[in-house]
Design a protein around this ligand. Structure first.
Ligand code: SF4
Length: 693
């Protein structure tokens, strides 16, 4: 800009589009374009601070490779098309399939309003039961496990509340890298004198701050938690009053956890954690005035994911650490709006607010409110995304058509060769996104949509806080809002009236009317720094930062203790594949990398992936640090640089999953938890070979 030119500059407050922490910051807008970020001090979540992802959250927005026009595949190549041509093609193809031949994937990246629009489209326009999204892949076990234990499947306490705790047990969550601004609250508690216990196969940045670090074999969580509960009961540290007044089935729980199988000596053999460390952890948890457990996908992504979550709930009920400050079962959700996408019913079994599709009254309520003259999808549960992929791959012809909004299963789902085989069996695939992702490349039609900086709307963070996005700039080219695209397709298929919204706010009003936990919310109430936590049942209700005060959400108000036995993972090391492979995220990248890898600053920090190998294992294998090697499982192989480190347990290897060129999910196993249908990303068997081998 030349000297003297008037610069039109403004700050637009918004919510971070990356992890589920839900930090607020300002987007700096110059002459109508977002050019940077700046602190927003008034958020109680992050108080003006952000992590590197938040700092550089503007860098991908105006990239040249943003999708700007609809693309239609002709003779194997994408050709730009007008919106009229694309929508009319999609509408005629969509109308040619039967309801059960169609499936939708909604998105944990887009707003609540857009997830609601997609859910209404699936059930009202496609009339299909098959709608899901990537919560299946990260916290489906949390939703199922906590609903069974407490009657409500969400993080129990708020983020600021973590700083109130006197004991923090972080299990299966590398909090300082995955949720850095929650890590800040952990450090505030620690600096105030709280004990910090950390259990993980890797000695991560989080582990390095712990008062007690317990290194354990992936997949032994239930045994560890049962052992800790046995030690707590043996020493009389359980909260007898809480158990008596607020819980049921304690006898059943006690019968299992007091077995010899869960003596600390046996748990030590299963997990690899020394007995003395287990004793110390049990004492700190058992004697703490308030203990919070923070967990993430290290707990959930297992064939026993629901068992793991119920076990976490068990120990917190046993010690009376629920329904009070500084306590709780705090499931840290990975994506910005994965909580909201679940709340909006982008799941195969519920409408909004977890109202079951098989519940006659809920079904009638939605069918009546929406007013589709030809009805809505049958009142039956549909397929989860993992089941959709299995059906596509193994039973070609059952599902024929898919509409995917803002998801990239070609990187995010387990066993990618299997996913590719499944998606190739589709007759018609529409993908709506902001970049040409690996999944979009496989589509018949690609529709350009908008990013967080280009829309108004709400998202619900991991702590159930419903916060605003505010439009800062126009979308590029002819890209449109996701809900507008959905409404235009619906109109072309004869359902204009049901999608006649003029703004995101109008959609939110419809959501609030149909969703008891959102009843008391509106844009005016949300438009303040602290926003609102659900449940917020009435317009004069202050919201609910801490769940389960006085009673649980089950009809009788009681928490249910579940006796859980330890079960080994689906695939364990053997002579052919002798190591455990576990996967996860890193500080500088997010999910499938479609946004962070297009951020120059983040990409410069970490340009590609790696496999972590314990120093002793590497020595035995003759592998040097940074050497390119092959990692091989029963699903496939990838070439990847080795990172030799003493910070990972011997016998265990780790890969981040963000990188297409060395995609960890080529290797992972799609064995599923039988209830949550979440894949076992955290454990499979692997071998590594030198390239010349
Ligand atoms: Fe964004 Fe999460 Fe970082 Fe906060 S902690 S700035 S929400 S990525």
């Amino acid at each position: 800009m030349s000297r003297g030119t008037h610069m039109d500059m403004k700050y637009v407050q918004t919510t971070c589009p990356y992890c589920g922490t839900g930090c607020s910051f300002n987007l700096v807008v110059v002459d109508g374009k977002v050019v940077g970020t700046a602190p927003y001090q008034r958020s109680p979540v992050n108080e003006g601070k952000v992590c590197p992802k938040g700092t550089y959250a503007h860098e991908f927005i105006n990239r040249e490779d943003r999708l700007k026009m609809p693309l239609i595949k002709k003779d194997g190549k994408f050709v730009e098309a007008s919106w009229d041509e694309a929508i009319s093609l999609i509408a005629s193809k969509f109308k040619s399939y039967k309801p059960d031949e169609c499936a939708c994937l909604s998105s944990a990246r887009v707003s609540n309003e857009e997830n609601y629009a997609m859910m209404k489209f699936a059930r009202g326009v496609f009339k299909t039961r098959h709608i899901d999204h990537c919560a299946r892949l990260c916290h489906a076990s949390t939703v199922a496990g906590l609903a069974a234990s407490f009657g409500s499947g969400a993080m129990t306490n708020s983020i600021p509340d973590i700083a109130e705790s006197t004991c923090l047990f972080l299990l299966g969550s590398n909090t300082f890298e995955q949720h850095p601004l929650i890590g800040r609250k952990v450090m505030q508690a620690k600096m105030a004198g709280a004990k910090l216990i950390y259990a993980d196969p890797r000695f991560t940045t989080t582990g390095k701050q712990a008062d007690l670090y317990m290194q354990f074999r992936s997949g032994s969580d239930v045994a560890i938690l049962n052992g800790l509960m046995q030690e707590i009961i043996k020493n009389g540290w359980e909260d007898k009053k809480f158990i008596e007044e607020r819980c049921k089935d304690y006898d059943k729980l006690k019968e299992v956890v007091m077995k010899e199988d869960y003596s600390l000596e046996n748990v030590s053999k299963i997990s690899g954690i020394p007995v003395e460390q287990l004793k110390q952890a049990a004492e700190w948890i058992g004697k703490a005035e308030s203990c919070t457990i923070l967990y993430s996908m290290g707990i959930t992504q297992h064939t026993v994911g629901v068992d793991n979550v119920k076990s976490v709930a068990n120990i917190q009920m046993l010690t009376g650490n629920l329904g009070k400050p500084g306590s709780g079962v705090n499931a840290l959700r990975g994506q910005n709006n994965v909580q909201g996408a679940c709340d909006m019913g982008a799941l195969p079994v519920v409408f909004t607010g977890y109202q079951k599709v098989i519940d006659e009254a809920a079904y009638k309520k939605f069918a009546d409110a929406w007013g589709f003259k030809d009805g809505i999808a049958a009142p039956q549960n549909g397929y989860e995304v993992t089941t959709m992929i299995n059906v596509l791959a193994d039973n070609p012809g059952e599902l024929k058509c898919m509409y995917i909004m803002g998801e990239n299963p070609m990187i995010s789902d387990p066993d990618l060769h299997h996913v590719e085989k499944g998606l190739k069996n589709l007759e018609f695939l529409v993908v709506q996104d902001i970049f040409l992702t690996e999944t979009a490349e496989m589509a018949d039609v690609v529709l350009p949509s908008t990013c967080y900086a280009e829309r108004d709307g709400t998202q619900t963070s991991t702590e159930r806080r419903v916060q605003m996005w505010r439009k800062a700039q126009d979308p590029p080219g002819e890209a449109k809002l996701d809900w507008v695209i959905i409404a235009e397709i619906a109109a072309a298929m004869g359902y204009k009236e049901q999608f006649a919204w003029q703004s995101a706010e109008e959609i939110f009003t419809e959501i609030a009317a149909l969703t008891p936990s959102y009843h008391g919310m509106n844009y005016t109430r949300l438009n303040r720094p602290e926003a609102l936590h659900w449940p917020c049942p009435a317009e004069d209700h202050p919201g609910t930062p801490i769940l389960h005060i006085g009673k649980f959400a089950h009809p009788d108000g009681k928490g249910v203790m579940h006796p859980i036995e330890y079960k080994a993972p689906a695939e364990v090391p053997d002579s052919e594949f002798p190591y455990i492979l576990t996967t996860g995220r890193i500080l500088f990248h997010w999910h499938t990398g479609s946004m962070t890898r297009r951020s120059a600053s983040l990409d410069k920090e970490v340009p590609t992936g790696w496999i972590e190998i314990n120093t002793d294992d590497a020595k035995e294998l003759g592998i040097k640090d940074n050497e390119m090697i092959k990692a091989i499982t029963r699903r496939g192989e990838v070439k990847v640089p080795a990172k030799v480190t003493k910070d990972i347990m011997k016998g265990v290897m780790f890969m981040p999953f963000h990188f297409a060129e060395c995609a960890a999910n080529i290797l992972t196993h799609n064995a599923l938890d039988p209830i949550a249908k979440i894949p076992e990303y955290k454990v499979c068997s692997v071998k590594v070979e030198k390239m010349e081998a």
